[in-house]
Design a binder for this molecule. Sequence first.
Ligand SMILES: [Zn+2]
Length: 369
Amino acid sequence: MKLEIDVKHHRLGARTGIVQTSKSQFNTPVFMPVGTRGAIRTIAAHDYKELGAEIVLGNAYHLMLRPGAKTVSDFGGLAKFSGWDGLTLTDSGGFQVFSLSPKVHDDGVRFRSTYDGSLIELTPEGAVHTQELLGADIQMVLDVCSALPSDESTLRQAMIRTHEWAKRAKKAHRRVGDQSLFGIIQGGDSELLRLESARRTVDLDFDGYAIGGLSVGESRQVMIDMLDVLEENNSFPQNQPRYLMGIGDPIGIIEAVLRGIDMFDCVLPTRLGRHGVLLTWEGKLHIRNAIHAKSEEPIDSNCSCKVCRNYSRGFIRHLVAQREASAPYLCSLHNLSWMFQYMNAIREAIKTSDVALVSLRNKIVSAYA
Ligand SMILES: [Zn+2]
């Protein structure tokens, strides 16, 4: 199903709107928390529903190996299986597979399972079929993700292969009534390759578009340059959603929003939470620091989450220091809630004025630089 964005406001390159899917709708710009194995680490589905999550991402790599895509399908798909009744998006598994240094050939990738060492073959068609079984509302094509830095010919080969695989994925996609398939733009840190990849991918007419292969070791400026060149050349159809894969730090999000990006995902809020690092309007707060031991303040006095309403920094620090089982839960809960409040602030600023949006950007850059 082709997704369209009903843009309500444009502001300085940014936009806010609503995307309608066959099941429901979501507001953009949107942050999608990552439920690697069908669950966001340490947090229950009823919690993130209450926090206001709209789409949750599942990793096809993990789910196809454990418990297996067929099992998830037998439960009625990922949303039903995981007790989450909102929207879901699955990645193709490619990103995880490429981190395992797989054997890549024209037909697909061959790798060993991190669960039991068995040899597994993933093809563009297989990735589509697996994600059809997982049943997410949005699925991603299998792409070739190169680490950065890489030389031009490696990046070019990955971009061409991504394009060839995208054609095959599109042909293999059968659940067109209730599932959307996104194409992925590659090209590393080369402006020319990014533009060529965008042109080739958009020519294939996908249901939405993603930018992959960033946040793989390059500087923030490289990411910004790639987004700028795509934006300046009107590389994307105006009425379809644009997803920047794997970027979810507060500065990265607002810089990308200002360059027309609508969708984000990242493990950052929960990963930081498990390490006692908390997201606040003043920047990262390291709750282990001794300075918080006697603090009766909440983590963030401007956060409306349950953790900030009920507990002091001193108590949270005590739980983290003593490795209480509730510590990663409470820290992740706050971080995820803060992310949703942040996305809400971004959407409000886009609606309000240029000044509001620029001042939000400046506030985040000074807090998180
Ligand atoms: Zn909070």
